[in-house]
Every structure is written in structure tokens, then in C-alpha cells.
Design a protein around this ligand. Sequence first.
Ligand code: C5P
Length: 227
Amino acid sequence: MKHITIAIDGFSSTGKSTVAKQLARHLGYVYVDSGAMYRAVTFYAMQEGYITKHHFNKDGLIANLKNITISFKFNESLGFAEVYLNGENIENQIRTLEVSSFVSKVAEVSEVRQKLVEQQQVFGKHGGVIMDGRDIGTVVFPNADLKLFMTASAETRAKRRFSELIERGETVTYDAVLKNVEERDYIDTNREDSPLVKATDAIEIDNSNMTLQEQFNKILELVNSIN
Ligand code: C5P
């Protein structure tokens, strides 16, 4: 069986990573969460003071991009790879609403995108990869064997993200999460560099009313039709 490249794009909290992780385990593929890389850069910028509530020192961040090393390490007990920033495991710190509220601004910066896209292309060099994000089928792997575009209503997505954050012990309101999801969608689709857009050859999956198992089965069917 051929080891293909699968690109999954879509709006925030469409459940891309959940189904991608499950598929990667089933197929023995590597799963790469490209959003985690943008979140890692955002976390770095917050830690170093390039981002505060009122100011984003873009030039400061750009000048220091060379000091950022992002890596992934597979965690056997979790069954997926966790993200590391300069050797430190930051998997939990990057999932907060605070990081979510800044990440799309950081992802607008072309120098940031260039650095991360280069690394993502290296991850995908040998196939057998499932990567999710916003520009995977359009920019990172324009020749991916299978491109999916996941959608769901903003309310469905906010509900999912809200439950996730509550489970992690964050004190957030549903309204704040919905606002963040809508804001990120807006910035991600309207930015100049690599905006979120469905690739012309991507297959759209609206999973508002689909269970995880149904999504898994549908995508597996598509994978099998290629192999
Ligand atoms: O996937 P996740 O919601 O964790 O991504 C966080 C943010 O990172 C997105 O809202 C988007 O601004 C940015 N991103 C991106 N390109 C990608 C992946 C994520 O711009 N390939």
C-alpha cells in the first residue's frame, strides 16, 4: 500500500485534529498539527514580551525567529506527538484561550509562515503523513494525494472548543469562545499571505451532524480509493 500525503484544512475547531490523530494511528502514519506550530511561536512571543494585551512587536519577533526551534515528540501513553519549544514540552500551555486570542495575528506574519511551512514540507517529504491546518492543501502540499476541507457551523465549533477548555480546567464563557472562533475565522480567511481557502481539488466534509466514527469511516474510504 502506497504511503500517501493527506492534507486536512478547515476553520477553527472543526475537529480536524481528532479525526486526523485517529486515522494516523490506524494507518501507521505521522500526524502533524501545524496549528500547534503557530501556537508555539505565539507562546514564545508572549513569553518574550513581543506580545502584550495592547501591543504586538512584530519586528522584534521576526528578528528572533532564528531562536525558535519547534519539534514534536511522540508520547506513547497519549498516542500522539506533543509539541516542544526549544526543548520544553509546551503541549498544554499552547491550548489556552489566551494563546488562541493572539495566534491568528502571529499567523498573518509572512516571515513566520515561511519558517513554519519550510519545516512542514520537510516533515512531509517521505509521504505517510497527515497534516492539518489552514493552508496545507493550498501552500504546504499543493500536490497532496488527498485533500479534505472540514466545515461545521460556528456554534457547533464553539461548543466543541468550549467543552475542551472546560475539561482542561480553564475558566471561560461560551460567548468568549464563540467570539474567538469567529474572530480567528475572519482573520484566517482574510489575511494576505496564504488565506484559508478550500483548494479546488479538496473534498468538503461538513461534520456538524457526523460522529467521529462516521468521519473516520468516510475518510478511510477515500484513502482506500486512492491506494
Ligand atoms: O489549528 P489551530 O486552531 O490550533 O490553529 C491555530 C491558528 O494557527 C489558526 O487560527 C491560524 O491562525 C493559524 N494556522 C495557520 N496555518 C496553519 C495552521 C494554523 O495560519 N496551517
